[in-house]
Write a protein that binds this ligand. Structure first.
Ligand code: ZN
Length: 249
């Protein structure tokens, strides 16, 4: 039993390729055992991409190979954080089409519509895949997004892991949505308390270096001088190199 505890794997669930690093790098960096960073919505878009997907690509300075390049960014970030990447092939909301071939998302704002977030089929499919991953990594510790901002992909990941009734070690505050005052995510279940996890100077520097690997996403979120924008948003939200986490007590 002791050996299993030492070897326990952290499974950090990231809806998109950059979410865990933006929101919960401290937890990953402190984890003494194996670290698996599972990015759920890492699949390629349909060809040709929808109008809203094409607009997103141009905001990220990416072309038709956007997801390939973003997966490469994640490989680099995982090397910085010393964790193993696992890219699931689900398409993110911007890329999904309904059965009639129409895009799920007509314009960006629809990504954050909480009432549309309950998508049972997507939750069930993601849950099935997560169950297989958990079976392959017994005694794992799971870190999940809370769903701040109500991005529908974040909500799907949370609902999928909760659907499995697997104990969740902690939920992280999704950034930058929480800093930006976007709608609060659904409350954590009873028995979780909010804590701030501080990153010491070298941890913070490692986080910034890992974020820099996601060049396309940092540019899309904060522009060319993303480091400055990131630091300003972090400070204005009252952060002093800290990350918010809901931890099971
Ligand atoms: Zn995300």
């Amino acid at each position: 039993l002791i050996r299993r505890q030492i070897d326990a794997t952290l499974i950090a669930l990231s809806p998109h390729l950059d979410d865990v690093v933006l929101s919960a790098a401290a937890t990953v960096l402190r984890w003494p055992g194996r670290r698996l960073l599972v990015s759920v919505f890492s699949g390629d878009p349909a060809e040709p991409p929808s109008g809203v997907a094409a607009a997103f690509h141009s905001a990220c300075n990416l072309g038709h190979d956007a997801m390939l390049r973003r997966r490469l960014e994640d490989f680099a970030a995982c090397e910085v954080l010393r964790c193993e990447p696992l890219h699931l092939e689900f398409r993110e909301a911007l890329y999904r089409t309904a059965a009639n071939g129409e895009s799920e998302i007509g314009e960006e704002g629809e990504l954050f519509v909480a009432s549309a977030a309950r998508q049972d089929d997507a939750v069930r499919m993601v849950a099935e895949t997560l169950r297989r991953i958990l079976d392959e990594h017994p005694f794992s510790t799971v870190l999940a997004p809370l769903g701040h901002g109500c991005h529908r992909d974040h909500i799907i990941v949370r609902q999928a892991i909760e659907h499995l009734c697997y104990p969740i070690f902690a939920y992280y505050d999704d950034q930058p949505y929480e800093w930006w005052g976007r709608p609060r995510g659904p409350r954590p279940p009873d028995g979780y308390v909010h804590k701030m996890r501080k990153l010491h100077a070298d941890g913070w520097e490692t986080k910034i270096r890992a974020l820099g690997c996601y060049a396309s996403q940092m540019r899309m979120l904060w522009g060319q001088d993303w480091k400055q924008g990131f630091e300003i948003d972090h400070r204005q939200a009252g952060g002093i190199r800290e990350e918010g986490l809901w931890v099971r007590v």
